[in-house]
Design a protein. Structure first.
Length: 135
């Protein structure tokens, strides 16, 4: 083997070792994210399915022509979350969004089936309802 080939081989081995030892030993798992779209008289998805005890970020986006909300008091009351997040939702468990607004809510859901609705005038009557099923 020539001197040049030996140096290349040594450099490649050194690089391989440094890459192997630079990776974290215990990487944090990626936090699951679920997009929830509030539109004119609908939620998408309208039947949300989550896993109990698994942290998730709910990414709420209002794509409707006006304000909407996502009201799920039993769901939010049962879930574990940061106190700052809980205070944003209030005691009634409401995500309130103006047209074009978005909000992330990170929480750990508890098993159960929870109703969801928009409480703006006539919105639930026009179909803006759904369920959250946590297993």
């Amino acid at each position: 083997m020539t001197v040049f080939k030996k140096r290349v081989a040594l450099a490649m081995a050194s690089l391989s070792l440094s890459l192997a030892f630079s990776a974290p030993l215990s990487a944090e798992p990626a936090l699951a994210a679920t997009r929830i779209v509030l539109a004119n008289f609908s939620f998408t998805p309208s039947d949300l399915r989550l896993e109990a005890g698994k942290p998730v970020t709910l990414h709420f986006v209002n794509e409707g022509s006006g304000g909407h909300n996502f009201v799920a008091p039993e769901f939010f009351a049962a879930a574990s979350m940061d106190e700052a997040v809980r205070s944003r939702l209030g005691k009634k468990g409401v995500v309130e969004l103006e047209k074009g607004a978005a909000l992330d809510v990170t929480l750990t859901p508890k098993a159960g089936t929870y109703p969801v609705k928009c409480t703006h005038f006539l919105h639930a009557g026009f179909g803006m309802t759904g369920t959250i099923t946590v297993r």
